[in-house]
Design a protein around this ligand. Structure first.
Ligand code: NAP
Length: 449
């Protein structure tokens, strides 16, 4: 294919890695990188913890992709709201869907809809200043908070809840969130895993960070720590578990802390109910035991008094209007990134996917690179075989003009650079990395000014 016109929907890590792979393999292509938000970078901006500034440096690499003459950013353009999937397929040779997994998985226990229960997607979006959750105003009033899950997202949330205002101030956590967390710091924070310490999916560097907080020290019952990691586990898994176990042993052996926030690590405790009438008042947990890798209930319950519950138990993708969706797996049905017809299971011409909406919510930012490469390889093989859409828009410029027609308030890369500079300079004034815009209308107003 020569000079093909492509639309990538979703300007997060997956979308950028697809764009980058395409530019390398097919330098003559023209890419419209479309995002529903005026800001690029997806989870790097809205998901990565605000105190993990180093992780966000990947945006420099993504910016280089945006400076290529053949890649254009179209922010503030939402598939379904501003432009339809059929329209995109008519205008472009290829459409690639990279919209991630923004929906929180549900616990499915009684009390889950009480005020004071938040999914991690919602909670993390709030503290990262994503416009959708700007007004969340979570119930945090100094009482205990339970964070359910033993992944890195749960660790991020626990760490931010435990950090002192001074520690938070050097992050790019949003101003209104900083004010809220400083005024209503929980006295107790629980990190709760339904399986044992060896089965946790958090990684050692993230766990280790919990040991160096100014105002909180992790506490756990040493009797719950296994003597060793089973020798027959695959080597990589065994090494990860050994690292975590070593850190947990150190935490457990430390003298009792007099720091103001109690950080309690509970294992083998599965949530069975969230209690309360008007709002969350407690969490009921059931002791579990492991048989091989299976978690079995024991019938032994215990309660903890908490005022807030945050579930960090994984995500699902949201169906996109007009796009095939596998509801049971929460992803777009695909084979190596080729979108499949749900009825025939045959690849649909010119339609691809990458990232979490392709494979589910696993892996770190860099995991999206090989994932995107696979999609692009398959796309190029299909193109060589002549399997592309036949766009009615004769040129990339015409196809991209259609996007601007559908959303006249499109935000370009130059616009983003202005927003970025404003955020950085507002941050500099206060000795902080950046002060984000958190409302779409404020971003658009700043650009008009
Ligand atoms: P995750 O690693 O899959 O962890 C999900 C956790 O939720 C697991 O501990 C799981 O326990 C638990 N869980 C699931 N259903 C549950 C239920 N019904 N009741 C109680 N617990 C339940 O997912 P994540 O933390 O959302 O992270 C997503 C991906 O982003 C991961 O690949 C992660 O490494 C990555 N990430 C990386 C970083 C970083 O590198 N710093 C930061 C954030 C996220 P079971 O194991 O028992 O199912």
């Amino acid at each position: 294919m020569t000079g093909p016109q492509l639309a990538i929907v979703g300007a997060g890590p997956a979308g950028f890695y697809v764009a980058d792979a395409l530019c390398r393999k097919l330098p003559e292509c023209h890419i419209a990188l479309i995002d529903r938000l005026p800001t690029p970078f997806g989870l790097v901006r809205g998901g990565v913890a605000p105190d993990h500034q180093g992780t966000k440096n990947i945006t420099r690499q993504f910016e280089r992709t945006l400076t290529r003459g053949n890649v254009r950013f179209f922010g503030n353009v939402e598939l379904g709201r501003d432009i339809g999937y059929e329209e995109l397929k008519r205008a472009f040779d290829v459409v690639v869907l990279c919209t991630g997994a923004p929906v929180d998985r549900r616990l499915d226990v009684p009390g889950e809809s009480l005020p004071g229960v938040y999914g991690s997607g919602v909670f993390v979006s709030w503290y990262n200043g994503m416009p959708d959750q700007r007004e969340l105003n979570p119930l945090l009033d100094g009482a205990a908070v339970a964070v359910i899950g033993n992944g890195n997202v749960a660790i991020d949330i626990v760490r931010l809840l435990c950090k002192s205002p001074a520690e938070l101030a050097v992050s790019d956590i949003c101003e209104h969130v900083l004010a809220r967390l400083s005024a209503a710091r929980p006295r107790e924070v629980y990190l709760i895993g339904r399986r044992g310490p060896l089965e946790a999916s958090f990684t050692a560097p993230e766990l280790e960070e919990l040991g160096s907080l100014a105002d909180a020290a992790p506490a756990l019952n040493p009797a719950l720590l296994p003597a060793e990691v089973p020798a027959d586990w695959p080597e990589a898994r065994r090494k990860d578990a050994e690292k975590n176990l070593g850190i947990l042993r150190r935490f457990a052996a430390a003298p009792a802390s007099s720091k103001p926030v109690q950080l309690r690590l509970l294992f083998n405790a599965a949530p069975s109910a969230i209690m309360g009438s008007e709002r969350v008042a407690g969490l009921r947990l059931e002791r579990t035991r492991l048989e091989g890798s299976r978690t079995l209930p024991t019938g032994v319950h215990f309660d903890i008094a908490v005022g807030t519950v945050v579930t960090a138990i994984g995500y699902r993708s949201a169906p996109l209007p007009g796009v095939p969706f596998d509801d049971s797996w929460g992803v777009i049905p695909n084979a190596g990134g080729r979108v499949l017809d749900p009825a025939t299971h045959e690849p649909l011409v010119g339609q691809y996917t990458a990232g979490w909406i392709k494979r589910g919510p696993t892996g770190v930012i860099g995991t999206n690179k090989p994932d995107a490469a696979e999609t692009v390889e398959n796309m190029l093989a299909d193109a060589r075989a002549g399997h592309v859409l036949s766009p009615t828009q004769p040129t990339a410029a015409a196809a991209q003009a259609l996007v601007c027609e559908r959303q006249p308030q499109v935000v370009t890369y130059a616009d983003w650079q202005r927003l970025d500079a404003l955020e950085l300079s507002r941050g500099k004034e206060q000795g902080r990395p950046r002060i984000k815009f958190t409302r779409v209308e404020d971003m658009l107003a700043a650009l008009r000014d």
